[in-house]
Design a protein around this ligand. Structure first.
Ligand code: CUA
Length: 200
């Protein structure tokens, strides 16, 4: 394909458009509203940018698949491996399974002011998880692992809510997480499981 003629055509077209725009009369009031709309758009883009870079609010960028039908046979998400685990370096990983209509394990305790990596999977249909006052708000899509890094700002009971309609019991699908002061928390005595391949 010839590039040069296309370039020339584009340039001509742009010139025409610019000329026409110049010829359009824009009212003073209209100009003001254009400016206000631009400011509002700028504000929203600014908020999204600040949230993304300083509050860790990001869409999941990593695609990790898992067989939702055989989680019980899966190394990482077998029943014994669920819940809170700390590795030798002190990194804390929380593995949770969502299923109609609860989050498993039913109850966990985690330390406040500590970076926690949550790994969520669904055993059946699409669920969501939302923990107010944190950046935790994600879909839990069957067949995929949803990994979110979060920090609980202060000790207390935090509600965990399903925010994707998943069936008749959806509005009963919630539980809570006990967040304990950092110095009072001790890691549960369990051998850490290795991550990695899930579909063996
Ligand atoms: Cu699970 Cu709604």
């Amino acid at each position: 394909m010839q590039i040069e003629p296309i370039k020339q055509k584009c340039a001509l077209l742009m010139r025409d458009v610019c000329k026409q725009l110049e010829a359009i009369h824009i009212d003073q009031l209209e100009r003001k509203w254009i400016a206000i709309s631009m400011l509002v758009i700028g504000l929203f883009v600014g908020i999204i940018t600040i949230d993304a870079f300083f509050h860790g609010v990001n869409p999941p960028s990593k695609v990790e698949t898992i067989d939702s039908a055989s989680l019980h046979l899966n190394k990482e998400f077998a029943e014994d491996n669920l819940g809170v685990q700390a590795d030798d370096k002190g990194n804390i990983t929380v593995r949770m399974v969502a299923g109609r209509y609860s989050f498993f394990p039913k109850h966990i305790s985690v330390p406040a002011e500590t970076t926690l990596t949550f790994r969520w999977v669904s055993m059946d249909v699409l669920h969501g998880v939302h923990i107010p006052m944190t950046n935790m708000s994600t879909m839990i899509v069957p067949g995929y692992v949803a990994e979110i890094t979060t920090t609980f700002p202060k000790p207390g009971e935090y509600p965990v809510l399903c925010n994707e309609y998943c069936g008749l019991g959806h509005n009963h699908m919630w539980s809570n997480i006990s967040v304990i002061a950092k110095e009072d928390w001790t890691a549960p005595a369990k051998s850490p499981v290795k991550g990695g391949s899930n579909n063996e």
